[in-house]
Design a protein around this ligand. Structure first.
Ligand SMILES: NC(=O)C1=CN([C@@H]2O[C@H](COP(=O)(O)OP(=O)(O)OC[C@H]3O[C@@H](n4cnc5c(N)ncnc54)[C@H](OP(=O)(O)O)[C@@H]3O)[C@@H](O)[C@H]2O)C=CC1
Ligand SMILES: O=C(CO)COP(=O)(O)O
Length: 319
């Protein structure tokens, strides 16, 4: 039995996909939400329009996860530490797989590092890469990265979490996998701004490419492998997120580029992560001008034209 902690769009989509392999438990924190989902066999709040198969048990009570049992943690990045503070005891025996993308604002840590810190001795993994929840839930073909520092556990997780439509590739480079997923969301806000402000598709390609150079620079600085960044969890997710208005990060950026209001209840991981990345880059002594410009836009410290001027007036250099 696989436990999925967090009944958001992604947790629900994974529950639907994994229910093809066997029974799954989907945990929501709000008992009213549980009652709604049980009654309607839909998650109308987070992933409307998709049926929840019968072998998904929906619950608000986390039963202790037994030794070696798989638990997917699909809560937003900035909520992960709090969730582990509350439920760490029940989760500590399991193989924990982070399903969130981002960098913690207060510490600059990614999800697997937070799990390591909160539950020392657990084998941690991360599932990340290019996938929209709605695509996975509809059974459309998707390929993701499963990163786990222990390759034997990683192999078991890869096999347990792959389905007919969900193909997982394996790596032991958790740092690279989580960094790619965190940074691509920041770049997606930037490309959203470009499109919202009408700066054109050429500018979007330029931002994605120079953004990828910054992602690679930070990855090198933290010892991540270049091939992880050029794989599904880095380049793959950058391409998906930066080019589709299915992405909430992109849509947030589009609103920013148009000076429009954006619903504060929508999860936009890149916003807090952008601030964390700027602080981490300063600590590491690396230059990330695109990330700085996007962060200044998010913080309301720069207007779009000023951000463009700032980037375009930098000294010319070799690629
Ligand atoms: N949506 C997507 O297409 C994809 C998302 N991801 C990643 O998955 C992560 C989750 O995103 P997503 O599912 O889309 O987000 P949603 O906004 O759809 O849902 C977030 C869920 O987390 C729950 N939650 C928040 N805090 C807690 C907590 N402390 N304890 C338990 N549950 C909590 C919320 O509960 P409540 O409903 O009660 O507020 C909600 O159900 C993000 O990091 C995202 O980047 C990755 C790939 C694809
Ligand atoms: O991570 C995702 C795609 O891989 C989902 O992107 P958004 O969070 O921007 O919707």
């Amino acid at each position: 039995m696989i436990t999925i902690f967090g009944a958001g769009a992604f947790g629900t989509a994974l529950a639907i996909s994994l229910s093809r392999n066997g029974p799954v438990t989907l945990l929501a924190r709000d008992p009213d939400h549980v009652a709604e989902m049980r009654a309607t066999r839909q998650n109308a709040r987070r992933l409307p329009g998709v049926e929840l198969p019968d072998n998904i048990a929906i619950s608000a009570e986390l039963e202790p996860v037994s030794k070696g049992q798989i638990a997917l943690l699909s809560v937003p990045m900035q909520r992960l530490r709090g969730a582990l503070e509350t439920h760490g005891d029940a989760l500590s025996q399991g193989h924990l797989v982070a399903c969130c993308k981002g960098m913690e604002l207060a510490t600059g840590l990614g999800p697997t590092r937070i799990i390591d810190e909160m539950l020392p001795g657990t084998t941690t993994a991360i599932l990340t890469g290019p996938s929209f929840a709605a695509d996975i839930a509809r059974g459309l073909p998707t390929a993701l990265t499963l990163a786990c520092t222990d390759d034997k556990v990683g192999e078991a997780l890869q096999s347990a979490l792959s389905t007919a439509n969900l193909r997982l590739y394996r790596t032991t480079d958790t740092s690279g996998a989580e960094l790619g997923g965190a940074l691509k969301n920041v770049m997606a806000i930037g490309t959203g701004v470009v499109m919202g402000a009408g700066l054109g598709e050429s500018a979007r390609a330029a931002l994605m490419t120079r953004g990828f150079a910054e992602m690679s620079r930070m990855a090198a600085a933290v010892g991540a492998r270049p091939e992880t960044l050029s794989g599904l969890s880095g380049f793959g997710d950058l391409v998906l997120t930066c080019t589709s208005e299915q992405s909430r990060n992109t849509r947030f950026g589009v609103s920013l580029g148009r000076n429009e209001r954006f619903d504060p209840n929508v999860t936009v991981e890149g916003a807090a992560t952008a601030r964390a990345v700027v602080a981490r880059a300063a600590d590491l002594g690396i230059d990330m001008p695109v990330t700085r410009a996007i962060t200044a836009l998010i913080n309301g410290e720069l207007q779009v034209e000023q951000a463009m001027d700032m980037l375009l007036s930098r000294p010319l250099k070799e690629e």
